[in-house]
Design a protein around this ligand. Structure first.
Ligand SMILES: Nc1ncnc2c1ncn2[C@@H]1O[C@H](COP(=O)(O)OP(=O)(O)OP(=O)(O)O)[C@@H](O)[C@H]1O
Length: 270
């Protein structure tokens, strides 16, 4: 469990990016931080692995205050996937994936064997192993980014708009892949996006943010759609632009007003 209590970040220029933010990210679930540009999503994410240090407030992971952890070791123990993969351009795919395990002192042979295994897990052909990031498509780069985030087998995976830079079809593929991986690995994932459909698809829980990291509403997708807490939520979720359909986790089709509209054929009682 990741818990943030009264977390505030004021940048040196006085910008209050996040103001007294409270949240719990349950283990083995995907929590989506959803919000428009500048609402503080990235700042919240980066405070969890101390790429950014909170100005005040407390962040714990499994009850341990991260302020007491060595920032470098903390960062290596948490998977981080960013937009455009954040790959090292002069290192091969395999080297990119194996980076953190090697830094952690894992023997080379073991780290590379695991890197190849991860390539399979994220749907990358083995023959791409020796290519450089510049020789891959955007979607393939993102898959390498996900594999790299998983390489040290972290309990926690932070994902910052990881699929933001690819076209909608590739994006849907990557989302499917993540859902499939998550069924097997059950990591604690914090996923940042400004895309409502992506949030509905991936999030067990969604936290919708307004400027300054203020929580507009938190809950499941159907909860946000079915009972928006304010006109801002309804507007952001697109409820004012007609109904929005989605499948909830149990295969129940819910309409834009949260009403059950049917069940998936495969889930229908015989
Ligand atoms: N290093 C910095 N110095 C000063 N202000 C910053 C810094 N980084 C971010 N901010 C400001 O903090 C606020 C929140 O930024 P943040 O990047 O966390 O938002 P975001 O929701 O992730 O946005 P985006 O979707 O555009 O990435 C913004 O007003 C931003 O300009």
């Amino acid at each position: 469990m990741i818990e943030l209590t009264g977390v505030t970040k004021t940048y040196p220029d006085g910008t209050v990016a996040v103001d007294h933010f409270d949240a719990q990210f349950p283990p083995h679930e995907t929590t989506v931080l959803l919000g428009s540009s500048g609402s503080g999503k990235t700042t919240i994410l980066r405070m969890i692995n101390r790429m950014v240090d909170a100005t005040s407030g407390t962040i714990t992971i499994d009850g341990e205050n991260i302020a007491d952890r060595d920032p470098v070791l903390l960062r290596r123990s948490i998977g981080y996937v960013m937009q455009n993969g954040g790959l090292l351009p002069h290192r091969s795919v395999l080297d990119n994936i194996a980076t953190v395990p090697l830094l952690n002192g894992e023997p080379k042979q073991q780290a590379y064997a695991r890197a190849r295994e991860l390539m399979g897990l994220v749907g990358l052909d083995d023959k791409l192993a020796r290519r450089y990031p510049g020789q891959l498509s955007g979607g393939q780069q993102q898959r390498v980014g996900v594999a790299r985030g998983l390489a040290a087998d972290p309990n926690v995976l932070l994902m910052d708009e990881p699929f933001g830079a690819v076209d909608p079809l590739v994006r849907a593929d990557l989302q499917d892949e993540l859902l499939r991986i998550q069924q097997t690995l059950a990591k604690t994932i914090v996923f940042v996006t400004h895309d409502v459909d992506e949030a509905l698809r991936l999030g067990d829980q969604i936290i919708l943010l307004e400027e300054g990291g203020h929580v507009a509403q938190r809950g499941t997708g159907p909860e946000l759609l079915g009972a928006p807490a304010s006109p801002f939520v309804a507007d952001f979720m697109g409820l004012d632009r007609g109904s929005r359909d989605l499948f909830d986790k149990d295969g129940v089709l819910v309409d834009g007003f949260g009403r059950a509209a049917g069940v998936l054929a495969g889930d229908a009682p015989a």
